[in-house]
Write a protein that binds this ligand. Structure first.
Ligand SMILES: Nc1ncnc2c1ncn2[C@@H]1O[C@H](COP(=O)(O)OP(=O)(O)OP(=O)(O)O)[C@@H](O)[C@H]1O
Ligand SMILES: Cc1ncc(COP(=O)(O)O)c(N)n1
Length: 267
């Protein structure tokens, strides 16, 4: 019996981030992956050269097609691009009583391109964050959501508390962009837990946020608690960055090293 996860996100033609990274992570972690594409990006390791948002009707139809036929154990949400897409996705997930929603608040690609319109942040806060079991902002995204700078552990705690007030059940503020160890903070409304690993000195980090959040969704799909799913995702992203590689001329992708994970006993 397969556990399943649905990713609702943008397509990355170079395969390092977005839908492609999500499906690779699901497969590596032993979960059957499905997708609803929100936007198509022309993208490679050097940057994004084009974006086409899909119309909300076909986005809605993809989600309906999956839920009307298949049990969905977890949902990962990535690039949403605009507020109409946010509202459509939220309505569909509410209608289908979706469980285990992991919201990666994708705003700007590592290469600098805007993947969510600035005026859509309000819709994210109002509509989708209240539906999320887990929200996974990086430092920049946390700042944009809460309206103050998030630059250290104390700010991360304050931001997590504010995002909790927006209605999410768990918040993981990712410290991947802080100096020192790569330390993420999980907040459940009562206590903070930290998940830290030594910083890996690599430029090949295209798709780290996508990989991490889809690994959390995979863990939830398999029935893990949020704490256990975040711990497994942290091990997964650390290995995926350790084995990230120089594909193309720019920022190479994380590596979904199935065999290695298998031998390490992760699934
Ligand atoms: N150099 C690194 N070494 C070890 N772990 C890292 C490194 N960079 C990021 N991470 C970890 O990777 C995960 C994703 O964090 P990151 O802050 O890169 O997300 P992100 O900025 O949303 O990613 P993206 O830019 O792909 O959307 C977190 O668990 C973070 O701690
Ligand atoms: C379709 C899509 N979704 C998400 C990201 C973020 O990933 P990164 O910040 O590593 O570029 C991306 N580049 N493209």
């Amino acid at each position: 019996m397969w556990n399943t996860a649905l990713t609702i996100a943008g397509s990355d033609s170079s395969g390092g981030a977005g839908i492609q990274a999500d499906l690779k992570s699901f497969a590596a972690l032993g979960v059957f992956g499905m997708s609803a594409i929100t936007a198509i990006t022309a993208q490679n390791t050097c940057g994004v050269t084009g974006i086409r948002e899909l119309d909300t009707e076909i986005i809605n139809d993809q989600i309906d097609a999956v839920f009307s036929d298949i049990r969905v154990d977890a949902v990962k949400i990535g690039m949403l691009s605009n507020s109409e897409i946010i509202k459509t996705v939220t309505a569909a997930l509410v209608r289908h009583k979706a469980r285990n929603i992991v919201l990666d608040t994708v705003m700007v690609a590592k290469s600098g391109s805007q993947l969510l319109k600035k005026d859509a942040i309000a819709a994210l806060k109002k509509h989708l964050i209240p539906q999320a079991l887990v929200v996974t902002p990086n430092l920049y995204e946390a700042s944009e959501l809460v309206g103050f700078e998030v630059n250290n552990q104390a700010d991360m705690k304050k931001a997590a508390a504010v995002i909790k007030e927006m209605g999410a059940q768990y918040i993981v503020v990712k410290g991947g962009h802080l100096p020192g160890s790569a330390c993420d903070l999980l907040y459940d409304g009562n206590k903070f837990s930290s998940f830290a690993n030594e910083r890996i000195d690599s430029v090949h980090t295209h798709g780290t946020g996508c990989t991490f959040s889809s690994a959390i969704a995979a863990g939830l799909a398999k029935g893990l608690s949020v704490e256990a799913a975040v711990a497994e995702a942290k091990r997964y992203i650390t290995m995926a960055i350790t084995h990230g590689f120089a594909l193309g001329k720019g920022i190479g992708p994380t590596h979904h090293f199935y065999e290695l994970y298998h031998r390490a006993g992760l699934y």
